[in-house]
Design a protein around this ligand. Structure first.
Ligand SMILES: [Cu+2]
Length: 115
């Protein structure tokens, strides 16, 4: 095997490992508590998380108050997700919901806040 051939094989292997690195799945699923009451809250909470921001799946249960979220870790992280929810007025286990947004929520949605 001559040097040129050997180098091109090395190069091919190298570029292949780079591209497969990019193709690697970066989806992560987390579950955490979001305070809220009803189906309208569900729409508000889930509506604050957009596909374009890297959120692939979201499901908040009014019963358990738990949000299960699947997201692209290269586009968004868990804290940023909680901040988006807080911005529309909902408390999470880690981030306090925006007070003005909370005061504008429908009366039935003004859940008992975590102190
Ligand atoms: Cu509600």
């Amino acid at each position: 095997m001559n040097t040129t051939l050997r180098l091109s094989i090395l190069f091919l292997l190298f570029s292949f490992s780079i591209s497969s690195g990019f193709a690697q799945s970066v989806a992560k699923t987390d579950t955490f508590k979001v305070y809220g009451n009803c189906d309208m809250c569900k729409e508000n909470i889930e509506g604050s998380l957009k596909k374009r921001d890297g959120v692939m799946k979201k499901n908040w249960s009014p019963k358990t108050k738990l949000l299960v979220v699947t997201y692209d870790t290269e586009k968004i992280n868990l804290l940023q997700i909680k901040q988006k929810i807080a911005a529309v007025g909902y408390d999470t286990d880690e981030v306090h919901g925006d007070d003005i947004a909370y005061s504008k929520l429908h009366k039935c949605c003004q859940y008992d806040r975590a102190k």
